[in-house]
Design a protein around this ligand. Structure first.
Ligand SMILES: C[C@](O)(CO)[C@H](O)COP(=O)(O)OP(=O)(O)OC[C@H]1O[C@@H](n2ccc(N)nc2=O)[C@H](O)[C@@H]1O
Ligand SMILES: Nc1ncnc2c1ncn2[C@@H]1O[C@H](COP(=O)(O)OP(=O)(O)OP(=O)(O)O)[C@@H](O)[C@H]1O
Length: 297
């Protein structure tokens, strides 16, 4: 297990919470509770928030960094920590310790990169380790689903073909591409896109064997993209611009758009050309979550 730098029994510093890209995202139906049934391929990339944890003996959970627009009580990091405290208490009858949690927020919010979900998953993995909670990966995935549909994937820790609302996961080897990711300058609330009357909810289900994992070409489409592009012209503009350089598409419910390249130099060239009205990053495909070693397979 490769622990992040500066790990002690009381602290875990520099814990990455990486972004995900949805290489495709098909909406195949809707559950009676309104949640949508999806098929998607989740790809981990090396563009991350960084979290730092320090155990507190008094049981308090505190976020020590300000995140504009996200009050402590609604922060998925704080909610994840409290959920884990309760689970440990239910299991052992003893009160779990607390933690001070600092975060270096790099991932844009409402970007479709799963930032909040990834922060929550990293919190569950790190504190389960520090607090010696003893929860298994599967138990943490069940807890994580209460926080958001993307959280189980980050705990699963590998690129995956996902079904259900994103919680039914099968490991998938994906090509080691380099991505250019553009944030077109808007923030898109996930619920707004899923609730649109214009959303197509009946894409024919595919089988995992339908797409070649060796292929460097992206498979499928993102059904949320036309809805987001219509409501947010900035997204349409970014797809159009990036589409001149390859197969560009939106991730999740937006707003970020991405394009994959086989060579790092190609990604560097395109990154240099991105108009400066947009933020943009280069990110490399990862095969495993950097904290995957904190949990047994
Ligand atoms: C779009 C994706 O990012 C694709 O990976 C996820 O499906 C969204 O995952 P998430 O951000 O963790 O979403 P959640 O916080 O669980 O849900 C936000 C809102 O999006 C809608 N939602 C979300 C996921 C889903 N499969 N169907 C939905 O209809 C629901 O209205 C929900 O209230
Ligand atoms: N730690 C957190 N980091 C970011 N957002 C958070 C956090 N905790 C709660 N949130 C809330 O979650 C919302 C969605 O943020 P997030 O960055 O996860 O969006 P996203 O990348 O579009 O997610 P997804 O791809 O899962 O739809 C934010 O607008 C914010 O209100």
């Amino acid at each position: 297990m490769n622990l992040p730098e500066f790990a002690t029994t009381r602290t875990l510093n520099n814990c990455p919470a990486p972004a995900k890209l949805n290489l495709f995202l098909h909406v195949t139906g809707r559950r009676p509770d309104g949640y949508h049934l999806l098929q998607t391929v989740f790809q981990l990339v090396d563009f991350s928030d960084l979290l730092h944890f320090e155990v507190r003996a008094d049981g308090q959970v505190r976020r020590t960094t300000e995140i504009p627009g996200v009050p402590q009580e609604s922060d998925l990091i704080v909610r994840a920590a409290r959920l884990l405290q309760n689970a440990i208490h239910d299991r052992t009858g003893a009160a779990a310790p607390g933690a001070d949690i600092a975060i270096e927020k790099n991932l844009p919010m409402g970007g479709g990169l799963g930032g909040g979900s990834s922060d929550a998953a990293t919190t569950l993995m790190a504190l389960n380790h520090l607090w010696q909670g003893g929860l298994s990966r599967e138990e943490l995935m069940v807890l994580g689903l209460q926080l958001g549909a993307d959280v189980p994937f980050f705990l699963f820790g590998r690129n995956a073909f996902a079904e259900g609302i994103g919680e039914s996961l099968q490991k998938l080897d994906t090509p080691g591409l380099w991505f250019v990711i553009i944030q077109p300058g808007v923030t898109i609330p996930t619920a707004l896109i899923f609730s649109s009357s214009e959303l197509t909810r009946s894409t024919k289900p595919v089988k995992m064997t339908d797409f070649s994992i060796a292929s460097k070409k992206l498979f499928g489409k993102n059904d949320l993209e036309p809805v987001a592009a219509r409501q947010f012209p900035e997204v349409a503009d970014a797809i159009k611009w990036l589409g001149k350089h390859g197969d560009a598409r939106m991730t999740g419910s937006g707003a970020c758009v991405f394009c994959g390249f086989t060579q790092e130099e190609q990604a560097d060239e395109v990154l240099k050309l991105v108009p400066n009205r947009w933020k943009a990053w280069k990110a490399k495909a990862m095969q495993e979550h950097p904290l995957a070693g904190l949990l047994d397979r």
